[in-house]
Ligand binder design. Structure first.
Ligand SMILES: [Zn+2]
Length: 231
């Protein structure tokens, strides 16, 4: 994603596949890194075709549709994402990075899993057992950082430099194939850097209020935090 705030693009249909449509350019985010795929529409002539899912298939971004009719290869189209849903996912994904960084900082516990949804998200941490008091402290810390209006930037950097800069335990770089270099990095000003391909808001203040909804034990030393956001 070059520009996380692009809602629409005028482009051409590059190919029609069994599973959907490939465009020359797109603003749709395919599922990955715990962030769900975008939804939206592809407009051709006067017809709107609903995009229900987006995936990467053999290196191509495939827009899943119920029927490709009346689209044919080479058509000029406008592709538009469901911006309200995407912006919610951007707020959630940035909140996930914030919470992961705060918990690493306060408890030395690593993020071992996460899933983002528009209405709530969750992160699994290890090794840790949170008390209610811990959760209150985490929530307060996250909201304090949001109120500081720290900026969020996305850039590419050599893998070697990222390895040197990365806080210990922040990211499982081993899971990112060696040939991916440079890496796309998401940085929260003065707090966190993390390699990530997802979409993010450009300032923490867009997250709104951060609310811890629940804590669940997912094993002896693994705790899950579920959280939501308020405008
Ligand atoms: Zn991420």
């Amino acid at each position: 994603m070059e520009d996380c705030y692009a809602e629409t693009v005028s482009t051409q249909v590059e190919a029609i596949r069994a599973g959907g449509i490939v465009l020359s350019e797109t603003v749709f985010y395919p599922e990955g890194g715990g962030q769900p795929a975008d939804q939206g529409v592809i407009n051709v002539g006067g017809t709107s075709i609903q995009v229900t899912d987006v995936s990467v298939d053999h290196g191509e971004i495939l827009h899943h549709v119920e029927s490709t009719d009346p689209i044919t290869e080479g058509d000029d189209v406008d592709a538009r994402i469901d911006w309200e849903r995407r912006h919610m996912l951007m707020r959630m994904h940035t909140a996930q990075h914030l919470l992961s960084a705060v918990v690493l900082d306060m408890f030395d516990a690593k993020t071992v899993g996460n899933q983002i949804h528009p209405s709530y998200s969750r992160i699994d941490f290890e090794p840790v057992n949170f008390s209610q008091k811990d959760l209150d402290r985490i929530e307060r810390r996250c909201n304090a950082l949001i109120e500081e209006e720290r900026s969020v930037s996305i850039y590419e950097e050599d893998r070697e430099t990222v390895v040197e800069k990365l806080p210990v335990g922040r990211s499982n770089l081993d899971l990112i194939p060696d040939h991916i270099d440079p890496l796309r990095v998401v940085e929260i000003e003065g707090l966190d850097i993390c390699p990530c391909g997802g979409t993010h808001v450009s300032n923490l203040d867009e997250i709104g209020r951060f609310i811890i909804e629940d804590r669940k034990s997912k094993g002896e030393d693994i705790d899950r935090i579920e959280f939501s956001l308020d405008a």
